[in-house]
Design a protein around this ligand. Structure first.
Ligand code: BDR
Ligand code: CA
Length: 320
């Protein structure tokens, strides 16, 4: 017997890997997307909403509310994103057919608060961009965590280098003030950092399966990945990519199971020094195997089992 689909709010900076995560969350029977908020990161929040609406349109899901969130981060202005990674429009310069779906009139933070009331105790959050909208929602309604089942965040680097500074991963490093508040809030957080996302590849053979699919959204994501694969050549030595956001999405649904995910305190460096944006996961003194800390509600995924790319491709290319 399959479990009922979880009502899920996605917060994203859509983004090429965000697009694959979105296609996956639209396809998996384990999630029911009830709202999407956009934030600046890979591109600005308004362009991220455009990309999100158009991708949802390709999937025939214009019904999902898409709300624009904050353009600027809590303490610093948006700085132009990552066009060298995600293209000038955030999705590898692929031109998508324009969706008829309107932008939701609410802010992303308000949409999240409203959904948490509508689905109290059930709502799952998947956050795959900077955590600005979530921090704004917590500020507006400190009781929000009481109504959220769990939150999965793609972000941070526990034992590996960062990707925008020696220590900072992009989602955390773009808005460390927001990340510090969101990770410290009283809810069950699963952090999916670079330690595990860089270790799970998506290859040309997987991209070819997306391009050959009957599904328009799968084909669009396959086209966008062309740009992303170029970016990763210096990192991996060939055309392929890491699976940042899609892995976080797949862990949130239970489609991919973490094999090593200790519950440890995590703090975020929000100072102005060279450590800005670092996630400090307390893994000290764990010479044999990481152990859980009593009462800690943040687990840090260090390893995941199974063939993650296979799981994603199978669902994203499946006939509706
Ligand atoms: C994260 O930053 C963004 O570029 C990606 O979409 C992902 O969410 C990886 O560091
Ligand atoms: Ca992202």
């Amino acid at each position: 017997m399959s479990l009922p689909a979880r009502p899920t709010y996605l917060d994203c900076d859509t983004g090429i890997d965000d697009s694959l995560a979105l296609a996956y969350l639209l396809a998996t029977p384990a999630a029911r997307l009830v709202g999407i908020g956009t934030v600046s990161g890979n591109t600005d929040a308004t362009q991220a909403a455009r990309n999100t609406l158009d991708l949802c349109g390709l999937a025939g899901r214009d019904d999902i509310p898409v709300a624009i969130g904050r353009t600027d981060f809590l303490a610093r202005p948006y700085d132009g994103g990552a066009p060298h990674v995600h293209g000038a429009n955030g999705i590898g310069d692929v031109e998508l057919p324009r969706s008829e779906g309107p932008v939701d009139a609410r802010s992303a933070a308000q949409l999240l608060i409203d959904l948490s009331r509508e689905h109290a105790g059930e709502l799952r959050i998947v956050a795959i961009g900077p955590l600005t909208n979530l921090a704004v929602a917590l500020e507006a309604d400190p009781t929000l965590p009481e109504r959220v089942a769990d939150i999965t965040i793609m972000g941070g680097a526990a034992l590996v280098p960062g990707n925008i500074s020696p220590v900072a991963e992009a989602n955390i490093g773009n808005d460390p003030e927001a990340a510090a508040r969101v990770i410290a809030a009283d809810w069950d957080v699963t952090l999916v950092p670079l330690d595990v996302t860089m270790a799970n590849p998506f290859e040309e053979s997987h991209r070819a399966e997306l391009l050959a699919s009957d599904s328009p959204i799968a084909r669009a994501v396959g086209e966008a990945l062309d740009f992303y694969f170029d970016f990763y050549v210096p990192e991996y030595g060939r055309r392929m990519s890491a699976l940042h956001d899609p892995l976080a999405a797949a862990i949130s649904t239970g489609g991919v199971i973490p094999s090593l995910a200790p519950r440890v305190p995590v703090s975020v460096d929000a100072t102005d020094g060279p450590g800005r944006g670092q996630t400090i996961a307390d893994l000290r003194g764990q010479r044999v195997a990481p152990r859980d800390h009593d009462g800690v509600r943040t687990r840090v995924v260090l390893e995941a089992e199974g063939d993650v790319a296979r799981h994603l491709v199978d669902l994203v290319t499946a006939r509706a």
